[in-house]
Design a protein around this ligand. Sequence first.
Ligand code: HEM
Length: 144
Amino acid sequence: MYNMLKHAHSGLRWVLLLALIFAIIKGYQAWKGGQGFSKKASLFGLIFTHVQLLIGLLLYGVFSPLVSFGEGFMKNSVTRFYTVEHLAIMLLAIILITVGYSRGKRKSNDADAGKSVFTFYLIGLFLILLGIPWPFRGLGAGWF
Ligand code: HEM
C-alpha cells in the first residue's frame, strides 16, 4: 500500500503540473486575449491538486516512514522536509489554487475569471515547484 501510494503521489505530480500550466494559459487567454473562460481547465487543475492532497494526507498521517515527530526530527533534513516543509508549502499552494478557482467561478465576466485563475494558479504552481523533493535536492525521491 505504501509503495503504491508513494508512486501514485510521485507520478501524479507531472499530471498536476501539466494541468496547472494548461489552466494558467487558459486563464491568461480569457483575461488578456478576449477568449471565453474555460471552467473545465480550472476544474481539472483543482481536481488533481486535491487528489494529491488526499494521497499526501494518507502518506503523511499513516504510511510514510519519512514523517516523524521523534526526537531530533528537525535536525535531520529529510524528516524535517517531509514533516514540516513539504506539508506547509503544499498546503499553502493548495489553499491558493482553491481560492483562485472559487473566485474565478463567482466572477461575472470571463476576463475577471481568467485573471483570478491565472494569478492564483501561477503562485500555486511556483510554490509546488519549490515544494517538490526533486532528485537533485538530495531528499531520496525520484523523478517518477
Ligand atoms: C499538491 C502538491 C504535491 C505534490 C506535487 C507532491 C509531490 C510529492 C513528491 C514528488 C514526493 C516524492 C515521492 C517519491 O518518493 O518519489 C512527495 C512525497 C511526499 N508527500 Fe507530497 N506532494 C504534494 C502535496 C502533499 C501534501 C499536501 C502532503 C501532506 C498532507 C504530502 C505528503 C507527502 C509525504 C508524506 C511524502 C513522503 C512519501 C515517502 O516517500 O514516504 N504531499 N510528494
